[in-house]
Design a protein around this ligand. Structure first.
Ligand code: LLP
Length: 431
């Protein structure tokens, strides 16, 4: 499982990735800037592909929400990944990145008729599956498909009422969460689907939460899903084609300390539950929807110190990135390791709050962390493990433009998204 500095490290005292010094990038592009390593995305993807290879058929549907930049989608798509989408906007991105329709699944509790129609019209026969989260949604899919004389392939998302033991905001598989269908509802939906002319029930899906640090809840969830498969097949009188096991495997945000589950243990668990020696004897195609696993440690957010404010017990370092650029610490009290772009042995470390310019006290990336007292205006820092849910959750609060994004690949770097301009900021507004 990846760690914050697996794909970034010091070379001649300079934080680098793939042979490129990050200061070379910031000299041209400025700060704040998200910098990604292509290897950082591809290496966990390949580990998952390898781990799942004993299965008869499997597809890795990258959770686009974790990092939806077009160049990243293209990179992962070219390496064989599909996409797990949750909106028409993500569908549009998948199309631009030319992700194959038979590798696309569409999750989410609130799909609109318009979004459903764009899924039905994706490629010659529509996307691989709409993952249905309510009976009303199922009816809307049937109506929409019928109106346009198309057929919708669907799966039902099971809410297994399992505690994933993660932050409550990113837990999705408990009864109290809005996601999925409970077992009884799911069986009811299966019965309804039998008489639906334009809906074809092809699979079941599950996703119980994100940043899971133990595989136990996943094991439990796979078992719960396995137990429903037979019941559904009995209702529809034919075998299902696939099982989608969701995403959620956690990564390490810490430089030291215990490692989260290994990807090889995760894939072994899957192969055991659905492979040749399982009760399913590998007859189901297995899908997974990893987001963070592929993207978190593939990216850093580079920011520049603007000011130091000295206080008796701690200093504030005010940097040019804010909570609008990386909201995870403010929203989930998540911790991102902070390292200097130029390794610096000068100065004693002093308790420091790393804060942004946004007018909110929650605009704080790290509280009372030891940072060199010599860091000063102009010095650059990297917030590690920012590749997942960083730029994709960025906003323009305080009318701040969103940062640029850069991709390092094959010993070269390029801007994959320009820094927003003031014109971008007011696009579509009318005086
Ligand atoms: N599949 C579904 C249906 C999901 O809802 C999610 C994430 C994933 C897959 C991917 O999960 P992952 O492998 O990345 O854990 N903004 C939060 C995370 C929200 C996750 C939402 N759903 C964060 O920054 O931690």
């Amino acid at each position: 499982m990846s760690r914050p500095l697996d794909f970034f490290g010091y070379q001649n005292g300079q934080l680098s990735a793939g042979g490129i010094e990050l200061s070379e990038i910031t000299k041209k592009v400025g700060t704040p800037v998200y910098v990604y390593s292509a290897d950082g995305f591809l290496s966990p993807l390949q580990a998952l592909q390898k781990g799942l290879s004993p299965l008869r058929e499997s597809t890795i549907c990258y959770a686009v929400k974790s990092n939806s930049s077009l160049a990243i989608l293209k990179l992962l798509g070219s390496a064989g990944a599909g996409a797990d989408l949750v909106s028409g906007g993500e569908l549009y991105r998948a199309k631009l990145a030319e992700i194959a329709p038979e590798k696309i699944v569409f999750s989410g509790v609130g799909k609109t008729a318009e979004e459903i129609l764009s899924g039905l019209r994706y490629g010659p026969n529509g996307i691989y599956s709409f993952h249905v989260e309510s009976i009303e949604e199922l009816k809307l899919i049937q109506e929409t498909a019928k109106r346009h004389q198309l057929t919708a392939r669907v799966a039902f998302r099971l809410n297994p009422n399992i505690n994933p033991k993660t932050h409550p905001y990113i837990s999705t598989g408990l009864k109290r969460n809005k996601f999925g269908l409970q077992r009884e509802e799911l069986l009811e939906a299966a019965k309804l689907s039998v008489n639906m002319s334009h809906v074809q029930l092809c699979g079941l899906s599950i996703h119980i939460g994100s940043q899971l640090l133990s595989l136990d809840p996943l094991k439990e969830a796979f078992l719960a899903l396995s137990q429903v498969i037979g019941d559904v097949e009995a209702i529809i009188s034919r075998p299902l084609e696939f099982a989608d096991l969701g995403g959620g495997v956690g990564v390490s945000y810490e430089l030291k300390g215990p490692r989260p589950p290994r990807l090889s243990d995760y894939t072994k668990l899957i192969v055991k539950a659905f492979g040749a020696r399982s009760v399913f004897k590998s007859r189901l195609r297995v899908l997974i929807e990893p987001g963070r696993t592929l993207s978190a440690n593939a990216g850093v957010l580079v920011t520049q110190v603007l000011f130091r404010k000295h206080r008796r017990k701690k200093d504030f370092l005010i940097v040019d990135a804010g909570m609008n650029d990386l909201i995870r610490p403010a929203l989930y009290q998540s911790k991102h390791a902070v390292v200097p772009v130029r390794r610096n042995s000068r100065g004693k470390s002093f308790p420091t709050d790393l804060v942004g310019p946004v007018c909110e006290s929650s605009d704080c990336f790290a509280s009372e962390i030891p940072l060199s007292s010599q860091l000063q205006a102009g010095d650059q820092l990297a917030l590690l493990s920012s590749g997942a849910y960083g730029m994709s959750m960025a906003g323009t609060y305080n009318s701040r433009v969103r940062p640029a994004e850069v991709l390092i690949k094959d010993g070269q770097w390029r801007v994959i998204r320009d820094r927003e301009t003031l014109e971008d900021l007011v696009r579509g507004e009318h005086l």
